[in-house]
Ligand binder design. Structure first.
Ligand code: AMP
Ligand code: MG
Length: 490
């Protein structure tokens, strides 16, 4: 039996300027280290066959499966604010698309599968550590209910990649509802190829915004749709303490999924100016800056779409500004509604926003763990506040706030148990803490030991369950376990 991929490719049918046809480069000795079996089944792939040696060869790019039409996608992008007219998939190859069991078209892409015409000086490869990081964090995001690319598989290649030292090479199979980015539009905009922008926009509408097909002003509606999805996405990131780390326009997905897990991390102690990425010296992509940057990226998208809006530049700009103007309110509405749920409010009253803000200020002052404070607050709804107040350096700061909180929730008819259930459904116990990810990577890279990886992935698949056997995974790092810097580590 050979592995069958039910490919139905649409991107590779677009004009040649959209991509470069290129096959993955074979590797020495592929070995499957993780297959996401439920995701495989959802994509119409046979998990048992993917676990055979032939499956590992496909997932490593050593064999190209029948029906694949391998391409590297072209895109441009602003990296840390600097425009680069040509980036493109330098170490990723799109094998093709399948329609999943929900009827959604999904890209199947190999990341780390060898050089492409877009590789510039890079080797087209990925190291094991970043592959495991992406696997862990993307799947954790999915379990947290946040739109994201997924991870289907990780293989080691049997070859080394040279970074600062020689590291084991690996390939990640990434699944996305598409890999079209703000930077994909920029690629054509900088070349003044309005026809290509129109083709791309039509493809995106049919694929990601089908409700807009036949709309009176489809390209305006497309921009509004992307704005709405990005506003919602960034609100969700903030609500779980996620820091993307490298929100360049080429890492900003048109479908509204989180994409490109490089130096990303979840914060432990709440700190709005938290940065982890080693290359983000100015804090451009700090936690609290993410909404502002999302809007900046969307503004770059709007610029690309102007020629489709109107021949009159001024009119087009005014229309774009109008659409972009919705971002702030949409973001704030999603963020505030999420925070209200996090503190267990079922209703909306004057003063709620201030109550929430005061908690966040006290958390920041007291280095309270972001995740545990909210989780334990759920327990405080039925019990005393001991565990929640223990998160604060000066527990008295919490007590003062908790008194106001108890008075506020007493105004609602819902009972304590119901409130706890509602709060636990939005406040996870388990997030992919940086020190845990680091420990998993060390065990895999140094000792070829994947047991810690397996266990972490398993725990993070049920982030809202208490899982008493794995309680230690909820703990913040001890001072000597803290990981303060993350690397793009491509
Ligand atoms: P990233 O920082 O992962 O978003 O990548 C930015 C750009 O650099 C993209 O065009 C990537 O394809 C390219 N790139 C990153 N790492 C490599 C690599 N090892 N080989 C070739 N291209 C790479
Ligand atoms: Mg990228």
């Amino acid at each position: 039996m050979t592995v069958h991929f039910p490919f139905q490719n649409s991107y590779s049918a677009l004009p040649d300027s959209f991509f470069a046809r290129v096959a993955p480069t074979p590797v020495a000795a592929p070995r499957l280290i993780k297959l996401n079996r439920p995701l495989a089944a959802q994509l119409g792939l046979d998990p048992d066959l993917l676990e055979t040696p032939e499956g590992a060869e496909i997932l490593a790019g050593k064999t190209v499966p029948a029906g694949a039409d391998p391409i590297a996608m072209a895109y441009a992008g602003h990296q840390f604010g600097q425009f680069v007219p040509q980036l493109g998939d330098g170490r990723a190859i799109l094998l093709g698309e399948v329609i999943d069991s929900d009827g959604i078209r999904r890209d199947i892409q190999l990341k780390g599968s060898g050089p492409t015409p877009f590789s510039r000086r890079g080797d087209g490869r990925a190291a094991l550590g970043p592959v495991l990081r992406e696997y862990i964090v993307s799947e954790a995001m999915h379990a947290l209910g946040i739109p994201t690319t997924r991870s289907l598989a990780a293989v080691v290649t049997g070859e080394h990649v040279i970074r600062e030292t020689a590291l084991p090479g690996a390939v990640l199979t990434r699944v996305a509802s598409s890999h079209i980015r703000v930077g994909t539009f920029q690629f054509f905009a900088v070349r003044r190829d309005t026809e290509a922008i129109r083709r791309l926009a039509d493809h995106v509408i049919a694929r990601h915004y089908p409700e807009l097909v036949g709309a009176e002003r489809p390209y305006h509606a497309l921009l509004a749709g992307v704005v709405a999805r990005q506003a919602d996405l960034v609100a969700r990131w903030l609500l779980v303490g996620f820091i993307h780390g490298v929100m360049n326009t080429d890492n900003s997905s048109i479908s509204g999924e989180t994409i490109d897990y490089g130096p990303c991390a979840f914060m432990d102690a709440y700190n709005p100016s938290q940065v982890f990425s080693s290359i983000d010296e100015m804090g451009r992509y700090a936690y609290a800056n993410q909404p502002r940057i999302a809007l900046w990226n969307l503004t770059r998208l709007a610029e690309c779409l102007l020629p489709l809006f109107s021949d009159e530049q001024e009119k087009a700009v005014a229309e774009a500004q109008d659409i972009l103007g919705a971002f702030s309110d949409q973001f704030s509405a999603a963020y505030q509604a999420g925070l209200r749920k996090k503190i267990g409010l079922f209703t909306e009253r004057d003063g709620d926003d201030a109550l929430i803000q005061d908690l966040l200020v006290a958390m920041a002052k007291n280095q309270a763990d972001f995740t545990l404070t909210f989780r334990k607050l759920g327990d405080a709804a039925v019990d005393d506040s001991a565990d929640a107040r223990a998160q604060f350096m000066e527990p008295a700061a919490f007590d003062e706030w908790a008194g106001r909180w108890r008075a506020r929730i007493a105004l609602e008819p819902q009972g304590a148990a119901e409130r706890q259930v509602a709060m636990h459904a939005v406040n996870p116990t388990f997030i992919p803490r940086n020190h845990r990810i680091e420990a998993v990577i060390q065990a895999a890279v140094n000792d070829d030991n994947y047991a810690p990886f397996e266990e972490l992935v398993k725990v993070l698949a049920e982030p809202f369950e208490d899982q008493p056997d794995y309680a230690a995974y909820a703990d913040p790092p001890l001072p000597d376990q803290r990981v303060l810097r993350t690397f793009c580590g491509t």
